[in-house]
Design a binder for this molecule. Structure first.
Ligand code: 7PJ
Length: 279
């Protein structure tokens, strides 16, 4: 079970956490209300395709993205969280590294904080999780926001990620977050070389064995390492690569997969777990 501020989410089968971006691009055409409407429609679609959790994010962390102001992030994220929570019973996670956004999102109906910085950018995220009882995703990344994707390569990525998990889980625990609220994430694509992204997927079972008390989340969907392996395939040509990565992650013990393409990911996972059960 994954404990959030609103429920305990069963982890009896691998979950799909569906990406819902409310970044400026999705706001460039149409006004505020049509954007909210579009987000609500997309959420409904993803739920009907089998999404277990909707992950709402208002700050793009793709390479080259600029930091979004607190006010802008709140304006983008909160109305969308509010309408989804009012309409559906699906657990909502907020992809943010700002404690103020996290708290406002939880007030609006979110129940999980997804922090790509693993409490490095704003340690008060842990206090919000402790006070509200929200679920907390602690993802591994390196460097500051602006330099996350241009970190000098490090030697042993498995040891680095493990050390960071020990840091972030200890900090969360010291702030009063219960172990049952915490999910770990290897942070595919964040300050890793192509080979290190592949190594993390290949050896995921070892990392999981080192942290048996925490479920592992993996988000490889449409990421650039897939494009690099597939002759610079653009994001809309990375579906099969994304499904291969999801399959390997689940085979190696991931309990939650973060994805854009829900129906495809759900079907892939179902096949993998049924095969895995035969061992
Ligand atoms: C991740 C994320 C991830 C978690 C992003 C993108 C970049 N949150 N937010 N794990 N990636 N937990 O989706 O390409 O891998 S933003």
């Amino acid at each position: 079970m994954w404990k959030t501020s609103r429920r305990e989410i069963p982890l009896t089968h691998p979950l799909v956490i569906a990406i819902l971006n409310v970044t400026p691009d999705s706001f460039s055409d149409g006004g505020r209300y049509s954007s909210i409407d579009a987000a609500l429609k997309r959420a409904e679609e993803m739920i009907s395709e089998g999404a277990d959790i909707i992950d709402v994010g208002g700050e793009s962390t793709r390479p080259g993205s600029a930091r979004v102001s607190l006010a802008d992030e709140i304006e983008r994220v909160i109305p969308v969280v509010r309408v989804i929570a009012a309409r559906f019973d699906v657990p909502i996670s907020v992809d943010t590294s700002k404690s103020e956004v996290a708290l406002a999102a939880i007030d609006a109906g979110a129940e999980i904080i997804n922090d790509i910085s693993g409490l490095r950018f704003d340690p008060k995220i842990a206090d919000v999780a402790a006070e509200t009882g929200a679920g907390l995703v602690l993802m591994h990344s390196r460097g500051e926001f602006e330099t996350m994707h241009s970190q000098p390569p490090i030697d042993d990525i498995i040891a680095e990620v493990a050390a960071d998990f020990r840091r972030s889980t200890a900090l969360a625990g010291a702030s009063g977050v219960a172990g049952a609220q915490i999910v770990l994430d290897i942070g595919i694509g964040f300050g890793k070389t192509l080979d290190q992204n592949l190594e993390l997927l290949a050896k995921l079972d070892r990392l999981i064995a080192d942290f048996p008390q925490f479920p592992m989340l993996v988000g490889a969907s449409r990421k650039s390492f897939i494009g690099k392996l597939l002759d610079d395939a653009p994001t809309d040509k990375r579906l099969f690569g994304s499904l291969a990565a999801a399959a390997i992650a689940v085979w190696n013990g991931a309990r939650i997969i973060r994805a854009h393409d829900i129906e495809e990911t759900v079907e892939t996972i179902r096949l993998v777990i049924n095969i895995r059960q035969q061992i």
